[in-house]
Ligand binder design. Structure first.
Ligand code: PEP
Length: 250
């Protein structure tokens, strides 16, 4: 059985007080018997406090980024060792905002993936086409290339530590959602692409999240598709009631 996951990417939102308040609400409201794995990704400066506050709960903490090298003169950067040192064992990599705003290439993302895996971290690997790719019918090619160039360098054993997050860029933070059918079509293609490269067992077992304007109103229908194993949530993860409604839709 594939793991179901609902992860909240808080991006550059919530200071220390607001982080603690939102976590308290989540601790109180996320059902104890949820079958999904619940993950939240606050900003770097609030990660250690979040780990402490969430001890004993069923909510795990992820980072939103990591540097690709072990240590050194990289002002402003954070290493994998620093993250695991404060109890953060999951990292989101390849997010479209990192790709577009911070110019992260597939090659750089591949290096980050390798570093995170070397530190035994779980990687939530994000990828997805832009609107122009879909309009020119290139979306399957773009997605396949992002997987091959950013992720498929890993060995078969490492797949236990990988979660895929398909996030069509045109649906992120836009209010525009892929239809459940569009999500299913792409998730099926992604699973097939993994199957061709790594075999059936890995393809069947890898969790594939959908991300892009998931809300309480559309979560159930999207999560109801057979190849959608949960969601990576942006905006709706910033309000406890919305996030919990999405968690309970799985
Ligand atoms: C995201 O940034 O990963 C995301 C899915 O954002 P939103 O849910 O706000 O579209």
């Amino acid at each position: 059985m594939r793991k179901k996951i609902v992860a909240g990417n808080w991006k550059m939102h919530k200071n220390a007080t607001q982080t603690s308040e939102l976590l308290s609400e989540l601790i109180a409201k996320v059902p104890a018997n949820t079958t999904a794995q619940i993950i939240v990704a606050p900003t770097f400066v609030n990660l250690a406090a979040a780990v402490n506050q969430l001890k004993g709960s069923n909510i795990a903490v992820a980072a939103q980024n990591v540097h690709q090298t072990e240590s050194g003169a990289f002002t402003g950067e954070i290493s994998a060792d620093m993250l695991t040192g404060v109890g953060v064992n999951t990292v989101i990599l390849g997010h479209s905002e990192r790709r577009a705003i911070f110019h992260e290439t597939d090659a750089l993302i591949a290096d980050k993936v390798n570093t995170a895996l070397k530190h035994d971290m779980t990687v939530i690997f994000c990828f997805g086409e832009e609107l122009k790719d879909r309009q020119s019918n290139q979306h399957f090619n773009v997605v396949e290339n992002q997987l091959r160039d950013g992720l498929f360098q890993i060995d078969t054993k490492s797949w236990e530590k990988v979660v895929l997050a398909y996030e069509p860029v045109w649906a992120i933070g836009t209010g525009e959602t892929a239809s459940p059918e569009q999500a299913q079509e792409m998730h099926e293609f992604i699973r097939e692409t993994v199957l061709k490269a790594f075999g059936k067992e890995i393809a069947e077992n890898v969790t594939i999240l959908y991300g892009g304007s998931v809300k309480p109103e559309n979560a159930k229908e999207i999560f109801g598709k057979p190849d959608v194993d949960g969601g990576l949530i942006g905006g709706a993860a910033l309000k406890a009631d919305d996030f919990v409604a999405i968690v309970t839709a799985i």
